[in-house]
Design a protein around this ligand. Structure first.
Ligand code: PMP
Length: 399
């Protein structure tokens, strides 16, 4: 058989309706070794606890080889759910194991949220700008988006009105947002919960970065303030390693049962061995020493990037950037006429990569922002990369 040329593709309307991945190939191109990439949102590999994972993996395969390599239940391995419950409770989010479902990264949890709560055309209230991967995962369920603006205090729910009627859930990146790095204040978290009560919708709190604080812990989680209204999504990608593909959902028990049903229909279960390895690592108490090390790495990289931006970016009233208190992203704003997607080919010719901000908007994108990802770039390269970026922006300002 030669390819599929002679076949009618019969793709679904959903698949045909998905936007083309314009940025994927560019990001792949920019990850060549001679590029300086502030592009992909990868965690810092220096923070991967390789030895601890190797030991835990050996231990699991020796202690229960068949079980480790067998199918697992849709909700996740009991040991891991117990460890997660204890860990979340110690972080100030009282949780019991039956309020947890283990997923293949929080990306899969986002997909499950779309499938569990949305029909085609359902409304999602979404903070603007938002994580691209969340938009992509939700788009598989063909929703429509009602937008919530955000500023230095994070998503701003005060203006939410009648358009929120019928919303299935609000999606929020309350802590060290991807892409802006900003954090929603405690006051705003309470306002969002009030709106959720008024218009009767769920709040999806996507929190993969909450442990990556630099100096002080972030405000209390939305789940803590409104456990009956919140679907909390967390991930082991930034605190252990993304290759494990492990995340989890915390929600009221009846909602977990619905997630579990869809999880079983879609993937049967999350890989068992990875779950048992993570459970072993958590039980060993590794996070007590490991997390401070990861935070120190992220703090230092963020500081280097802030320093470089202050030193080299042109002094122009239209140029500003966020000052995150944790996480791995800075959001750079340039004067309005500058289109950062149109500027990207010039950056690539200078062997510099960033993600243009337009990609993070559900509707009516803004063109004059850039997401800078800094934790995988060593200090000298950060300085050099920001110098290249500053030269590019100066050029644009002169045009
Ligand atoms: N949510 C947010 C906000 C993210 O930034 C990411 C990854 N970049 C994810 C979810 C998905 O992460 P993972 O599937 O690795 O847990």
């Amino acid at each position: 058989m030669e390819g599929t040329k002679h076949l009618t593709p019969r793709y679904s309307q959903m698949a045909l309706g998905l936007a083309d991945d314009i940025l994927g190939p560019i990001l792949a191109d920019g990850s060549k070794p001679d590029f300086i990439s502030f592009g992909g949102g990868l965690p810092c590999p220096e923070g991967f606890p390789v030895e601890a994972l190797r030991e835990a993996s050996d231990w699991c395969l020796k202690t229960y080889p068949s079980r480790s390599l067998q199918y697992s239940g849709p909700e996740g391995e009991p040991e891991l759910r117990e460890q997660i419950a204890a860990y979340e409770t110690s972080r100030g989010n009282p949780t019991s194991p039956d309020e947890i479902l283990v997923t293949s990264g929080s990306q899969q949890a986002l997909d499950l949220c779309g499938r569990v709560f949305c029909d085609p055309g359902s409304k999602i209230l979404i903070q603007r700008p938002s994580y691209i991967g969340a938009l992509e995962a939700f788009n598989l369920s063909q929703p429509t988006y009602v937008e919530m603006p955000s500023d230095a205090e994070g998503a701003a729910p005060a203006e939410i009105g009648e358009e929120a009627r019928g919303v299935r859930f609000a999606y929020t990146l309350a802590t060290y947002c991807n892409p802006t790095g900003q954090t929603m204040s405690a006051e705003r978290r309470k306002q969002l919960i009030e709106k959720a009560e008024q218009y009767d919708f769920w709040i999806v709190e996507d929190d993969p970065y909450g442990e990556l604080w630099y100096e002080k812990k972030p405000p209390i989680s939305i789940r803590n303030l409104a456990p009956h209204r919140t679907i909390r999504l967390c991930s082991f990608s930034k605190i252990l390693a993304p290759g494990l593909r492990l995340g989890y959902i915390i929600a009221p028990r009846d909602v977990i049962q619905m997630f579990s049903k869809i999880q079983s229909y879609a993937v049967l279960s999350t890989p068992c061995i990875n779950q048992l390895v993570a459970a072993r690592v958590l039980a060993s108490g590794l996070l007590k020493t490991h997390l401070p090390e990861v935070r120190a790495i992220y703090r230092e990289h963020s500081f280097d990037m802030q320093q470089a931006l202050s030193e080299f970016m042109p002094k122009d009233p239209g140029i500003s950037w966020t000052r995150p208190e944790g996480g791995m992203f800075i959001w750079l704003t340039l004067p309005k006429p500058i289109d950062t997607f149109a500027m990207l080919p010039k950056a690539l010719r200078m062997k510099l990569l960033y993600v243009p901000g337009f990609a993070f908007y559900p509707n009516s994108p803004e063109q004059n922002h850039i997401r800078l990802s800094f934790v995988t770039v060593p200090k000298e390269k950060t300085i050099e990369g920001v110098q290249r970026l500053a030269a590019l922006v100066s050029d644009e300002l002169r045009r």
